[in-house]
Design a protein around this ligand. Sequence first.
Ligand SMILES: [Zn+2]
Length: 230
Amino acid sequence: MISDWFIQFFRLFFPKNCESCGKNLLKGESFLCTDCLYQIPRTKFHEEKDNPVNRLFYGITDITYSTAFFYFQKASKYRTLIHKLKYGGQKEIGIELGRMAGREITGSFFDETNLIIPVPLHPAKKRIRGYNQSEMIAKGISEITEKELRTDILLRTKFTETQTKKNLEERRKNVGSAFKVVKPEYLNGKHILLIDDVVTTGSTLIACADELLKTENVKISVLILGFAVQ
Ligand SMILES: [Zn+2]
């Protein structure tokens, strides 16, 4: 493609910028500058079974391990990064962050998982956005951990309205039964690693887990990219 060629040519002469703070990247830096890379507020939740993400699910649904790659604060400089991933068409950001998250969990409890499933988007929403951001994160994780990634087993059948103005109970009702499992036989004996982008209450993940757990002999663990905190 001419446009690809043009981009390569352009980059020879004009350095790329950090996707988070916008600073020119130095040689050896890719996607994020060294400051932004090292200042990511990692949660390290993959090192402890009992953590604030796992507590979202206590007494509600059966999740084996849970973690978040980093704390996501609205005022932080990483907001731009997430915004570009979700609304700016920059799916590569999801893949890059997924690779980082994949490296982070390697050697932890999460080694026990053997099938990666991203929280699906409704097909109409995916068409509008061009891709599913959680699938991009999952792709990066799968690349690093070499675990199988499937997007054809858990489907979203309901186009839900925006969640931001609803409380937890309303959100649970809103997403309840929005998901459907096809090919449940494929899940037999699997320990699924369910992937989501930014999570506040966990209601979407709970709805996904409820659906997946209808199949017997299935375990579920959860990895979210950003854990939203005030
Ligand atoms: Zn930066």
